[in-house]
Design a protein around this ligand. Structure first.
Ligand SMILES: [Zn+2]
Length: 184
C-alpha cells in the first residue's frame, strides 16, 4: 500500500509567516490544510498517511525526514504559505530531481492551481520551480514543497474553513491522480 507523508510547515515555536493584518500564523494554516488532506486521502483511497506533526509542536527538519524514513513513505509533500504578496501558487522540487518528482509536482500543481485560480478568488501566478532547498535535497523519496497564498493579502480566505478544506482536498486529489486512483 502506498504511504504518503504530509508535512505541515513550521509548528510550535516556529510560527512561519505571520500576518500583520490578522492574527494568522502560517503554522496553524498549514496544519489545517494537511489534516483536511489526510482525512480525504484516508476516506477516498487505499493509502496510508502520516503527518510530520498533528498538533502545534516544534519538529526540526531532521526529525521530519526521519519520520518519513521510518514510515517508508513513497511520497513527501510539504505545505507552506507565502509571507509576501504577488505569487499565487509556487511549487518546488529539488535541483536535478528525478523525472518522477516533476510528474508529481505537475499533478499536484494542476489540482491546487485549479482551486486557487477560480475567478472569484482572483489569485494568479503559477510557478513550477526547482530550488536548492535543504529539505528537498535531503529527502530520499519523491517530494514537492508548495508555497501558496499570502498570509497578509489572503487572510480572509485563510480564515475560511470551507476553503481550507477544499484546498486540503485538492492536495489529496492531486496525490490520488498521480497514483492513478479513482475516487471511491
Ligand atoms: Zn513556510
Amino acid at each position: 500500500m502506498y504511504k504518503i507523508v504530509l508535512d505541515p510547515g513550521h509548528g510550535g515555536e516556529d510560527y512561519g509567516a505571520t500576518s500583520i493584518k490578522s492574527k494568522l500564523k502560517e503554522k496553524d494554516i498549514t496544519l489545517k490544510i494537511a489534516l483536511y488532506a489526510m482525512d480525504f486521502l484516508r476516506q477516498q483511497y487505499a493509502i496510508r498517511v502520516r503527518l510530520t506533526r498533528e498538533n502545534d509542536v516544534t519538529v526540526k527538519l531532521k526529525e521530519r525526514l526521519k519520520i518519513a524514513k521510518r514510515f517508508k513513505a513513497n511520497m513527501f509533500i510539504s505545505i507552506h504559505l507565502n509571507q509576501s504578496k504577488g505569487i499565487g501558487v509556487e511549487s518546488f522540487i529539488g535541483l536535478e530531481a528525478p523525472k518522477i518528482n516533476q510528474e508529481l509536482q505537475q499533478c499536484l500543481h494542476n489540482e491546487i492551481t485549479k482551486i486557487l485560480t477560480r475567478k472569484q478568488l482572483n489569485i494568479v501566478g503559477r510557478h513550477l520551480r526547482e530550488a536548492n532547498h535543504e529539505m528537498l535535497q535531503k529527502v530520499f523519496m519523491p517530494s514537492v514543497l508548495f508555497k501558496h497564498l499570502c498570509i497578509n493579502d489572503d487572510f480572509k480566505l485563510l480564515n475560511d474553513e470551507r476553503f481550507l478544506k477544499e484546498l486540503g482536498e485538492a492536495y489529496a486529489i492531486g496525490i490520488g491522480g498521480f497514483l492513478g486512483f479513482e475516487k471511491m
